[in-house]
Design a protein. Structure first.
Length: 602
């Protein structure tokens, strides 16, 4: 079986879960009732026998075109055939208390023979359900999970799958609705899908029109914002890093991780972009999720939680899945939740501070939690950690981690100065100064003229591009200019930026080298160009990066410039955050772009 490329998929979602729809009309990935639930369609990481739902012309189409309805996450795929044209509309309903997916095939010209294949396999393609025809539709049950498929065309069993052949003439349509529910509950009643799709369209567009961005990249910014909204778990406000697990960072390799969880770091970057675009309510909902998730001792802060705020994310392998293009192992869960990563404290404090500058009200509970986290930074900032890249080797004193410890103290001081909150501000100022001096003394390589990845190393790290963005040093500082030049020389290749240098048979993260370029880092370089006033270079790099979006404006985590294809989990919030923030920064033609914090004195 030849796999579709990662960029051949599009996302549909409903703030409960998410599905990936291929250009061939096949839903190859669907996790319900939550993003981190076991997939009931898992062909993305295996083959059709692991579950999928395909609707397409019976004969290979001459042409396939895809688009989202403007301002929505409703996908339309147009199949152009010799005999006519059919448009397949896919969406997950926003006004439903449980996950519901609607698919409508409509013939716009001629007469087209259609084919439907429906294969349900619960628990990541491992469990064959009990499937039977009922008055409500085709019912599939296994353990606690149940799916009901109702539609205009009757399916017939064919081995361990169900299929249907039907014909559409011009103006005719076939509508299908798939509903998830708990198997001990009664099946849901069918609804009017056409009206439901219209209601979902209205809700998406109502949300989109609130966007504050008015620059030249409006369509792409809207698409990225919609992707971020779709990666938000509505009931709790938790934001996942991506909709998938185990899409490889290196084809055929072992860099396959589960990103269907709420990384505090990724969420703070996401919310900063949403706040800049005017979505304060998203920050309010996430703050409520955060206060519930981190309740307890600040030293127990995890870097990642599940969408409900749960802490246990045990990592295990799914050996029955062959992996995307043979990339094994396929994993669920993520052991990174056990790691200590100092920078996360700074990211959280920075986001909470920024949210108030964007108009979010203060609460006593939030400031109590903030003070507890700041206290933890005061006690632990001298400890080595695993960095934002989740190194699985020995802990080190990573430069970015120390910079973000400084950010935590800086934002604490500013919260007292600007908002009148209470706290030991003199002590915080002193600690802020100490951290700043130590980073400048131990992380800066004067001989090479660049900040290094960690104390005592000569390795580079694209995370040092965040130094001027968070306000640690101004973009005009010679140390920052030297760091940008070093990144350009060693990490910028073929118009994209790699996370860090990789040499020999083992990368710095303890895994085999060979991953793609990291798209978020590439956007950080754009931001550095803007801050330095290098606007022509900034626009040129930004244009190269947005050209890597797929045909419906989505980005994965990484990009392989040699194979010219996207890699990693998809769509990736971090990548779309980078696009949004760089687009906003590029809109500052008459004045420099704003940093996330004021500049410290060198």
């Amino acid at each position: 079986m030849v796999s579709l490329r990662i960029e051949d998929y599009a996302l549909i979602g409903d703030n409960h879960g998410a599905a990936l729809v291929g250009k061939d009309g096949s839903i190859d990935w669907l996790c319900v009732p939550r993003f981190d639930s076991g997939a009931c369609f898992a062909a993305l990481l295996g083959n059709p026998a692991n579950g999928r739902w395909q609707i397409c012309p019976a004969e290979p189409p001459l042409e396939i075109e895809r688009t989202y309805r403007d301002g929505t996450l409703i996908l339309e795929t147009r199949f152009v055939c010799e005999a006519g044209e059919v448009t397949l509309t896919d969406c997950m309903l926003l006004d439903s208390p449980r996950p519901r997916l609607v698919r409508v095939a409509r013939c716009g010209r001629g007469t087209v023979a259609m084919r439907l294949e429906y294969v349900v396999r619960f628990d990541y393609g491992s469990i064959v359900p009990w499937v039977r025809q009922t008055e409500e539709g085709l019912l599939a049950v296994a353990g606690p999970d149940a799916l009901l498929l109702a539609g205009d065309v009757e399916l017939r069993p064919d081995g361990w799958r169900h299929v249907a052949d039907f014909t559409l003439n011009k103006g005719e349509r076939a509508t299908f609705e798939l509903s998830y529910f708990l198997s001990h509950e009664p099946p849901p009643k069918a609804r009017a899908p056409r009206n439901a799709v219209a209601a979902t369209q209205k809700r998406w567009r109502t949300w989109t029109v609130a966007c504050r961005y008015e620059g030249p990249y409006r369509a792409l910014v809207h698409r990225s914002l919609l992707a971020l909204k779709a990666l938000t778990f509505g009931p709790t406000g938790g934001i996942v890093a991506a909709a998938t697990t185990s899409l490889p960072e290196q084809l055929g390799g072992v860099r396959n991780w589960d990103y269907r969880y709420c990384w505090l770091r990724d969420a703070t970057f996401t919310l900063y972009a949403l706040l800049a675009a005017g979505y304060v309510e998203s920050a309010r909902n996430w703050r409520a999720w955060l206060l519930r998730a981190v309740a307890g001792a600040p030293e127990d802060l995890q870097i990642v939680y599940d969408v409900r705020g749960g802490r246990r994310l045990p990592e295990f392998e799914l050996p029955w899945l062959a992996g995307y293009e043979g990339s094994q192992p396929v994993r669920a869960g993520n052991d990174a939740h056990r790691q200590y990563q100092l920078d996360v404290y700074g990211e959280v404090i920075d986001l909470l501070y920024a949210s108030h500058r964007f108009g979010l009200e203060h609460t006593d509970d939030e400031w109590a939690v903030s003070r507890a986290l700041i206290g933890a930074v005061e006690r632990r900032w001298k400890e080595p950690d695993r960095s934002l890249w989740e190194m699985r080797g020995e802990p080190q004193h990573f430069t970015h981690s120390k910079v973000m410890a400084w950010v935590a103290l800086d934002r604490a001081v500013r919260a007292v100065e600007e908002f009148g909150l209470d706290g030991p501000v003199d002590r915080w100022r002193a600690t802020r100064t100490t951290i700043h001096a130590e980073v400048c003394a131990n992380a800066y390589d004067a001989k090479r003229g660049t900040f290094a990845q960690a104390y005592g190393t000569q390795e580079l790290d694209a995370a040092t591009l965040l130094i001027p963005i968070v306000g640690f040093l101004p973009a005009a500082d010679p140390r920052v200019r030297g760091t940008v030049a070093a990144v350009e020389h060693e990490l910028l290749r073929d118009g994209v930026v790699y996370r860090y240098t990789q040499r020999g048979t083992t990368a710095q993260d303890g895994l085999p080298p060979g991953e793609g370029a990291f798209l978020a880092c590439s956007f950080w370089l754009v931001d550095n160009y803007v801050l330095a006033g290098r606007m022509e270079e900034a626009r040129a790099l930004f244009e190269r990066l947005i050209a890597l979006c797929n045909d419906v404006g989505l980005l994965a985590e990484e990009y392989d410039p040699h194979a010219r294809r996207q890699l990693g989990n998809f769509p990736q919030a971090f990548s779309h955050v980078g696009l949004i923030n760089s687009a906003f920064n590029l809109s500052h033609d008459a004045k420099p772009a704003k940093t996330r914090g004021r500049h410290a004195r060198p």
